[in-house]
Ligand binder design. Structure first.
Ligand code: HEM
Length: 185
């Protein structure tokens, strides 16, 4: 799928996020740059499995599926679910609005970070979102071991969606660029 992988840097949030891309040739034989978003399915429109009347970009659907699976993995993970106390209490009470917002924000973030041109992230910057003093939905400061566990759960979420290992590695590398902003302990 990918021929050669190289990196281009994008200043996206308060720090830097990496867009991973690879080379391919278009119909005229011209070299074009395939983003990780393209490799994840790109802009091809497909039916959204959650609503038969809605179309969604295949890349976004793949990312959203991984994000939602990961949220479920984290919700069941005693090493991390304590951080999400507010969210989990809402969901237990039947209120899924916070889940929907987190899913959208994480999906937008990963779409933008992997090279999508049609989606942008409009949530809090990563330092603010993970500072319990500024975001009361973040129950405690994350340590680097928590961050490692987050990556473990993300990989589990990606594997549930049968994402190939090379793409999991590329997504994991993007996530790792945010470690210094998320870890505040
Ligand atoms: C690179 C890794 C991570 C990314 C990309 C990420 C991304 C995000 C985003 C986009 C939000 C929503 C911000 C908003 O709504 O404005 C968020 C919220 C949150 N994150 Fe992270 N996060 C990461 C790692 C972690 C880790 C390691 C933890 C816990 C140890 C954590 C705990 C939380 C919590 C508790 C919230 C609030 C959830 C809610 O809405 O109730 N995150 N994160």
């Amino acid at each position: 799928m990918k021929k050669s992988i190289f990196f281009s840097l994008l200043i996206l949030l308060t720090g830097s996020t990496v867009i991973f891309s690879s080379c391919s040739k278009n119909d005229e034989g011209m070299a074009t740059r395939l983003t990780l978003y393209d490799s994840l399915g790109g802009t091809t429109l497909v039916k959204d499995p959650t609503s038969s009347t809605v179309m969604i970009e295949q890349g976004r659907l793949g990312i959203r599926s991984v994000v939602d699976s990961t949220i479920f993995v984290i919700a069941a993970d005693p090493k991390l679910n304590g951080f999400f106390k507010v969210l989990l209490a809402e969901v237990t009470a039947g209120n899924t609005s916070g889940f929907a917002e987190l899913s959208k924000n994480l999906t937008d973030l990963f779409c933008a970070a992997t090279g999508s041109k049609n989606f942008t992230y409009a949530g809090d910057d990563m330092v603010t979102a993970h500072d319990p003093a500024k975001n009361p939905r973040m129950n405690g400061k994350a340590a680097t071991t928590d961050f490692d566990q987050f990556i473990t759960d993300l990989v589990a979420g990606a594997k549930k969606n049968k994402l190939p290992d090379n793409l999991i590695g590329s997504v994991g590398a993007i996530v790792n660029t945010l470690r210094g902003q998320v870890v505040q302990k």
